[in-house]
Design a protein around this ligand. Sequence first.
Ligand code: ADP
Ligand code: ZN
Ligand code: ZN
Length: 723
Amino acid sequence: MFAKVIIDQDARAIDKEFEYSVPNSLNVKIGMRVFVPFGNRIVQGFVVGLSENCSYDISKVKPINRTIEEFSAIKEEMLEVMKFMVKKNHLTMASILRLFLPSQMREGKVKEIFETFYTLKVENFIPKSNAKKQRELIEILKKEKRCSSVLLGEKFGYGTLKTLQQNGIIEKEKTQVDRKPFVIEKEDNRVQLNQMQKLAIERIKDNKTYLLHGVTGSGKTEVYMNLIERELSAGKNAIMLVPEISLTPQIMSNFKARFGDFVAVLHSGLSAGEKFDEWKRIFLGKAKIIIGARSAIFAPVENLGIIIIDEEHEQSYVSESNPRYFTHDIAKFRAKHNGCPLVLGSATPSVESYQNAMDGNYELVELPIRANGKELPAIQIVDMLGEIRQGNNSIFSNQLIADLVEVINNKKQAMIFINRRGYSSFMRCRDCGYVAQCSDCDVSLVYHKEDDRLKCHYCGKQYKVLTRCPKCKSENIKYGAVGTEQVVSKLKELFPDVKVLRMDNDTTSTKNAHQKILNEFRNTLPCILVGTQMIAKGHDFENVTLVGVVDADQSLFQADYRSTEKTFQLITQVAGRAGRSKDEGKVVLQTYAPRHYVYKFVSNYDYKGFFRKEANIRKTANFPPFSRIIRLLFSDNNENYARELLKICYTEIEKLKEKYSSEILYLDAMKSPIKRLQNKYRFQIILRIKLEKADQIEEEVFNIAKKTAKTNIFLEINPSNMA
Ligand code: ADP
Ligand code: ZN
Ligand code: ZN
């Protein structure tokens, strides 16, 4: 017998199947991990095929050393996923297979946790009449059959345990236990579904992609839970993906409350051990519902009855660092493979997904009203230039302050959204224009007042604050655009007696910090929560009656063809946090561009109107989803080398222009907007191509790139971040 093995090393040069012989003593199956001789070393590999014969010179074939586990860690479906991703995402097989396993397993550091338990050995033993503790302990063991040693020891004393064990009355045993990620317990809050929800659930049943467009608060989560419940009772399993930032304790608690131990959660907040144990529960079929961020799409779950992607428009479903993939593609593949429905849910679907629905590729299912019948909160647009004309130079408009005062007087809560952390976006010398920059990245540093440091938001490096310009020695320093820290400190000046909380990357870096902030917010009246994107999603606070957007334009004017779409999505999401319960909600939106079309549509909650306008603009300008953008990013510590690679590649790609003259709409090579990142120089080639032959051209471009450079080159499709 011979095996085809993929070596567990992410290198293009060895990205192929190697053949080995299988010794009779080994029970090797497809999907198993093995140790094999490679060169003069022993390395890890994955068995992806078995056959009776070998195409390699039999006299030279080496035998597999041994198996790593006695089961197939990579299940058959996942091997299919791998093949799909090789084709679709141009990734090496090893880099894909690595996505399918928890890091603990690959590093060979699997640590299982064992707990000691006691059971009763002699059923009819009667302790001496004065041995009260012994008697009680035995009573408990009679009832429970099996009890943890810690529990018994703490209650009856470890001495008691020892005596009974030594006398052969009770017996000790060690059992492996799973680490369970911490989830707050709560009661299941089951509601009577409304007509719209029932209809949605009835419609979502075939092996198709459904776009569930439901306004914020329309009860999408309840629809998801009912869909999952239906599949569960049909003996099937489910995956539900949520963006990392909206993977709130709340969502996990809700699912645990309804489905108990059938739920496994996978997210970046877990320890390696917790991840491994959850993975194992899924692998063994103990967990039936997987809730997680992007990478949970690779969970080793079989027999899927449904896949759900909540907040499907979120950018976090695109893996932007290597290995690069788009979660929707993989979800579609797995749904097809399992013959089950895929649900894409959102209050603000991506233009691409909605266009797919318009084109009939997806089935559109709508939930147009809030589940509790409440109106969506009114959105008032405030022109900040007008404020300046009236002499108000503060970061808050008079309207926002008046509304905050009302919230405070009514002992309610407000959320203030500002999508920039730190105190101010940069520090600049007013006299010579010098801006403090990161020494490793060509980006300006952000001022953090709390720890009085300048920080690079790209690489994390920290610097001393600028008190005097290093160039012209002037002490006349200007602060850039407002960030969360500054909003908090200004609010504290305005309302010294009111609790003001901050939630952003800086305040949530420690474990469970998220939860603590949200709990404090929930329990404080009145209270103001200032935050970045993190506060925009998923939260359901009944006392929030006001949402303020300090700088709505922030995401609007960026070199990204999706910037308007993103602004619409973000504002709709934050607005949806207000007035979710009995009290009326309101949104104050501050902008310097009040006449921009996005604000007209967003303030009327007119998604469809917005979509029509936006799709029209993109169609006219030939932008995705009506074309495809390919970016090739070259980066290297050596600037000349990176430039050289770029040139060679570009010359080759230019030749494609002759072959595909009418399909290639745009082609150019340039320095990246961020010219240097973590000391690597960056160049890029950008192509925009028509959809008709897009796959073909993409393949050719990729082959050119692969030929030119073995590393330092990234290929991205429709990148949202062109920096
Ligand atoms: P979405 O995810 O669409 O924004 P949620 O699923 O968070 O909305 O639901 C918003 C609120 O409405 C939740 O508090 C939920 O419990 C409640 N809800 C959902 N469905 C119903 C229903 N049929 N009747 C009453 N309340 C409901
Ligand atoms: Zn200066
Ligand atoms: Zn940096």
